[in-house]
Ligand binder design. Structure first.
Ligand code: WTA
Length: 630
């Protein structure tokens, strides 16, 4: 199917995709290799909810990424790997090599007893073997569950146990800037509480020589060397599980979002080509971690299924200095660059000479994702990185949506700073008011989606009831995103941020409930409440109100201990930026914490807290206001 390449195309194709979504997606899906065509494009009911795309279709996604491309692309680079240390040589992996490596991992998994439908946890650094691991699972129909390597053992335990992983692929350690992280020891800690895991395969990356448990652990290089580089792909149903990826919820434990083979393949490929206007031969770099949905969809599945060259970066933007991103763009002649507003804001703080010393003339398109981008960062990005010549695609989407939903199409959509602009083909947004009524025309409300798209998450693993309650009960018959949104007179959308108890810190979703329960693990803490507050670089920071059993004697020491507790239980990304000790929390008579009040205090707006008379103890508010940290 032809890709949209002008604004009149957009209007025509968007309209057609809404008038007859089945016909539209049927046509897009024909671009792929299927072992058996689908009988029916879509079956859906948002009330149940029930969702299925390309019913009866049979495929293997890795054949669409690898085998399909080999005749033309065997020697084209599929993957460029840029290591953490600039002194280490980058690696270029061709499509032919990628296929061999993926097949070897597939065979390794099969040799270890992994079969279609088994869950495999991947807890690895950003190295090529991580890509082989993900695709190796997909090759044999195993369901991958990638866990971000910055999460600690508590998070790993939850994620492994929730879906009953049988095998863990990991590494001895990871390099991150000037730090070395011991991944295997985190896995060892976690596995004391994970009875379903039978095997652990460990890649050697840092040479940290971890303990190996006999019978359970083995080295990747010792196992892989004699694996055959041919591996029969498992033929999957469109609706068979491809992967599970956990995302924070506003209550309770993280949710294992389920994505399936057919729809996810079609949508990530289509949006990659459309949004970035990918041209044959271009180098695409998405700076996300594969541990998040952005890495799944736009480092691995979207670009590789399109036959692109995708760049995988192991390091961080500030190491060895603030010029690293720009140096990598120059070194690999990157054409399409996709990053997060938080990274832009942190690089904006550094002297411009870090940008100016690099040749960025290869760039054609810039993208952002993960959180709202403020106008100032948008202009800085446009002027200094794009030199005013590169369209910026501000892509709004979610782990649950699988791919970009509201986004400019590069060079086609007229952009507007901080606006995600218009819905992509097939996407039908609705703005809802406080009474659950749809707002027509310009306005502000909560963002819902009225019609399914192929890469929509099908359920929460093992908990369809939670799936229904979280996404389909707020506005019956619609999918509720959890985001606030404004629509202007031209129909452009601007995402204003979460309206639930999820905060987005440096582009990472964190549930306030999850952080609270980690804080409460500290033996001095009786109760806590967490809210977000505006943070110049991270977008939002974590502000914790904490009640202790006894008035703390050394507040700073206790703060450090609480941060450490959160870091150990969830991971360093969830550490509170501010901890205010309080003697009580503002609660309603029914015992519910009034977060609205805490949010205002954290935002430094305690002058207008609104009505506090319904509180159990209005006096506590005064104390909280007095002790606010700014
Ligand atoms: C937020 C990341 C504003 C939003 C792909 C969403 C954004 C959440 C944007 C999902 C954007 C993502 N502008 N906000 N361009 N993109 N968000 O699941 O609040 O990690 O609901 O998926 O990030 O985060 P997630």
């Amino acid at each position: 199917m032809d890709i949209i390449s002008s604004s009149s195309d957009y209007e025509k194709i968007y309209r057609a995709s809404i008038e007859n979504p089945e016909r539209f997606w049927d046509e897009v899906a024909r671009d792929f290799v299927w072992h058996r065509p689908w009988d029916k494009v879509l079956k859906w009911d948002f009330h149940k909810p029930e969702l299925a795309w390309f019913l009866g279709g049979k495929l293997n996604i890795t054949e669409n990424i690898l085998d399909r491309h080999l005749p033309q692309r065997a020697n084209q680079t599929a993957l460029i790997w840029e290591p953490n240390q600039p002194s280490e040589a980058p690696r270029h992996i061709t499509y032919a090599e990628l296929k061999r490596e993926v097949c070897r991992v597939g065979n390794l998994l099969r040799k270890n007893g992994i079969r279609k439908g088994d869950r495999v946890c991947i807890y690895m650094p950003m190295v090529p073997e991580l890509v082989y691991a993900v695709l190796g699972c997909a090759r044999i129909g195993a369901v991958h569950s990638v866990v971000f390597a910055g999460f600690s053992s508590g998070s790993l335990i939850d994620r492994i146990n929730d879906c009953g992983c049988r095998l863990v692929l990991t590494a001895d350690g990871a390099f991150r800037g000037d730090k070395k992280i011991e991944l295997k020891s985190v896995v060892d800690d976690a596995l004391m509480n994970c009875p379903t895991v039978e095997k652990v395969i460990v890649l050697e990356r840092t040479g940290s020589k971890p303990a190996m448990k006999a019978g359970r652990d083995s080295w990747w290089h010792e196992e892989i060397w004699d694996m055959d580089d041919h591996c029969e792909p498992e033929i999957m149903d469109s609706e068979d599980l491809l992967f599970i990826l956990y995302t924070s919820g506003s209550t309770g434990k993280p949710k294992g979002m389920v994505h399936t083979c057919g729809g996810y393949m079609v949508y990530t490929n289509y949006t990659f080509r459309t949004v970035f206007q990918y041209q044959e031969g271009q180098v695409f770099w998405c700076t996300a971690d594969v541990g998040w949905i952005t890495g799944h969809s736009y480092i691995i599945y979207g670009p590789l299924s399109a036959g692109a060259t995708t760049l995988l970066f192991e390091g961080i933007p500030s190491y060895p200095d603030f010029g690293r991103f720009w140096q990598v763009i120059e070194r690999h002649r990157v054409n399409l660059f996709y990053t997060a507003p938080t990274a832009i804001r942190s690089l904006e703080q550094a002297p411009l000479s870090f940008v100016e010393r690099h040749d960025l003339s290869s760039l054609k398109v810039l993208g952002t994702v993960g959180e709202p981008i403020n106008e100032e960062a948008w202009h800085w990005y446009d002027k200094n990185i794009g030199k005013g010549n590169c369209p910026i695609v501000d892509t709004w989407w979610q782990t649950e949506t699988g791919g970009a939903m509201i986004s400019p199409i590069a060079g086609v959509t007229v952009t507007k700073p901080s606006y995600a602009t218009l819905p992509l083909p097939g996407v039908q947004p609705a703005l809802m008011d406080d009474h659950g009524k749809e707002i027509k025309g310009a306005g502000e409300g909560r963002l819902a989606l009225k019609f399914p798209w192929p890469s929509m998450s099908r359920t929460i693993y093992g908990n369809h009831k939670r799936f229904r309650e979280t996404y389909f009960s707020t506005f019956p018959g619609m999918y509720f995103t959890g985001d606030g949104c404004r629509r202007d007179g031209e129909g452009y959308y601007r995402i204003t941020g979460r309206v639930d108890d999820i905060i987005i810190v440096s582009g990472h979703n964190l549930g306030t409930a999850e952080i609270e329960s980690a804080i409460d693990e500290h033996s001095s803490v009786c109760e806590s409440a967490v809210v977000g507050f505006p943070h110049d670089i991270k977008g939002q920071g974590v502000y914790a109100f904490v009640i202790c059993y006894n008035k703390p004697e050394e507040e700073d020491k206790l703060r450090a201990e609480i941060r450490d507790t959160v870091s150990k239980i969830i991971g360093p990304i969830a550490k509170p930026d501010k901890i205010q000790f309080v003697s009580g929390l503002p609660k309603t008579r029914s015992g519910k914490i009034m977060r609205r009040i805490l949010r205002k205090v954290a935002e430094g707006e305690s002058a207008n807290l609104g009505d506090v008379t319904t509180l159990l103890d209005p006096g506590v508010v005064e104390e909280i206001k007095r002790g606010a940290l700014h």
